[in-house]
Design a protein around this ligand. Sequence first.
Ligand code: ADP
Length: 225
Amino acid sequence: YEKELRRLSNLDLIGQMAAGISHEIRNPMTTVRGFLQLLKQENQLDKHDVYFDVMIEELDRANAIITEFLSVGNTRTSGLEMLDLNAIIHDIAPLIKIDTFGQNKLIEFDTQDIPELLLNRNEIRQLIINLYRNALDAMEAGKVLTICTYREDENCVVLGVQDQGEGIRPEVLEKLGTPFFTTKDNGTGLGLGICYAIAARHNAKIEIQTGLEGTTFLTKFYLKT
Ligand code: ADP
């Protein structure tokens, strides 16, 4: 319970960072816009291949940042609506396919009959994306990622993201959700902090089950609050 409180107090820090990052997003966008304008003026497209390279690089960079931070930036005030969680999951399926391209990792969906929930679509999308990307990072080829939903009881619907990685060691588990904590070479250490922030705004709870056979992140949504 104490750990939960500490995680909540990190939310403000993440919010502040998100504000800074959305500012950063404008820089690559501005570059692209400038090059496009130049092309338009000169109208000699074939002579300017290098412009295209720069545009694509900058767009990729912006895209990566937006994907990671979309949820925290300006959704603070945006509302929740009754939505089908299973539909959100299935909308993400093509994205998972792209992320696992050439990796020989299997993806299974086990979405059961659940009632609609009060959700912010973009935030829940982001939550699922962050969780499944961690799950994929944790697994070797040949392993299975499972995304499931089920009704736990009268009042609770569960979203499960399960991997067949090697589990999370206690000293890592302890630090999860701390901004910038990562064990990856190219990690940001922000993914789970964002997940906790999103869960908190949905009055949902994230539980972690981990062992040598893998890890499951359970996000528990409550029908009545
Ligand atoms: P990042 O993915 O950028 O490192 P996160 O906040 O998403 O940031 O995750 C923090 C750390 O938590 C990861 O570096 C990893 O060590 C650990 N972690 C998260 N999810 C899993 C998982 N499914 N299996 C094993 N370790 C995990």
